[in-house]
Design a protein around this ligand. Structure first.
Ligand SMILES: [Zn+2]
Length: 232
């Protein structure tokens, strides 16, 4: 793994003909979205967040689940320079994004070729009648006015499986790129971190505050992604 400067990292992205970004929480922290894995995040002082965001909690303790999920919404958050520059890449060359983030900010920034790997807080439906429900309505009540069913967000919860199509789209995005850029994630959450395991000729650049342990990373820039993307 080669350590890169900002200039060298940007040169790699400029030279690439087909880029796929794999993004994590670090891309959204400059927009004021707390990193839910860090100690400063919304999990601080709460017991077993994995439980609170599990399918079991959704079914067996809906009130507790709903109370916790509401904390994850930051509807006023705005895309930052990282989201904006990634969206700008898409105007110039084939660019895809696969994100772990559920905050909808890549979409807000205008990215079209986007796979929201873990789903989105801003897509909800009723578990009983299956109709889509707006997130605004979900934030008012988790009971569907029409049918009395429970509304849920379309986010992959602990204990839940991933949709085939989502995994397919993500793998397709990785396969089509000549440069894969991992941004703002320690790249440890499965199956997200397995997405590059089948890579062939693609180069992999990682941009993160702390080093990544993944064996398939070719280039690494250590530092704040926003500082780098400001200069793109
Ligand atoms: Zn309903």
């Amino acid at each position: 793994m080669k350590t890169m400067t900002i200039k060298e990292s940007i040169a790699l992205m400029r030279q690439a003909e087909n880029i796929t970004f794999l993004t994590g929480a670090g891309v959204s922290t400059p927009s004021g979205i707390p990193d839910y894995r860090s100690l400063q995040g919304v999990y601080q002082g709460m017991t077993a967040p994995e439980y609170l965001l599990s399918h079991t909690a959704l079914i067996q303790e809906p009130a507790k689940f709903y109370e916790f999920v509401q904390l994850l919404y930051h509807p006023d958050a705005k895309p930052n320079v990282i989201h904006q520059k990634m969206a700008a890449f898409e105007k110039r060359k084939p660019t895809r994004i696969v994100t772990q983030n559920i905050d909808g900010l890549h979409s807000k920034a205008g990215s079209q070729q986007l796979v929201e790997f873990h789903g989105s807080l801003y897509h909800c439906h009723c578990r009983k009648c299956r109709l889509p429900v707006s997130w605004q309505d979900y934030l008012i009540s988790d009971v569907h006015e029409n049918c009395g069913g429970q509304i849920r967000l379309e986010v992959v919860l602990y204990e839940e499986g991933f949709q085939e199509a989502v995994i397919e789209n993500a793998l397709q995005a990785v396969a089509s790129a000549d440069l894969i850029v991992i941004v703002g994630t320690t790249f440890q959450v499965h199956p997200f971190c397995d997405l590059i395991n089948g890579k062939t000729q693609q180069k992999v650049l990682a941009i993160n505050q702390t080093p990544l342990g993944h064996p398939l990373i070719d280039y690494f820039y250590q530092g704040a992604a926003e500082e780098l993307f400001k200069q793109v």
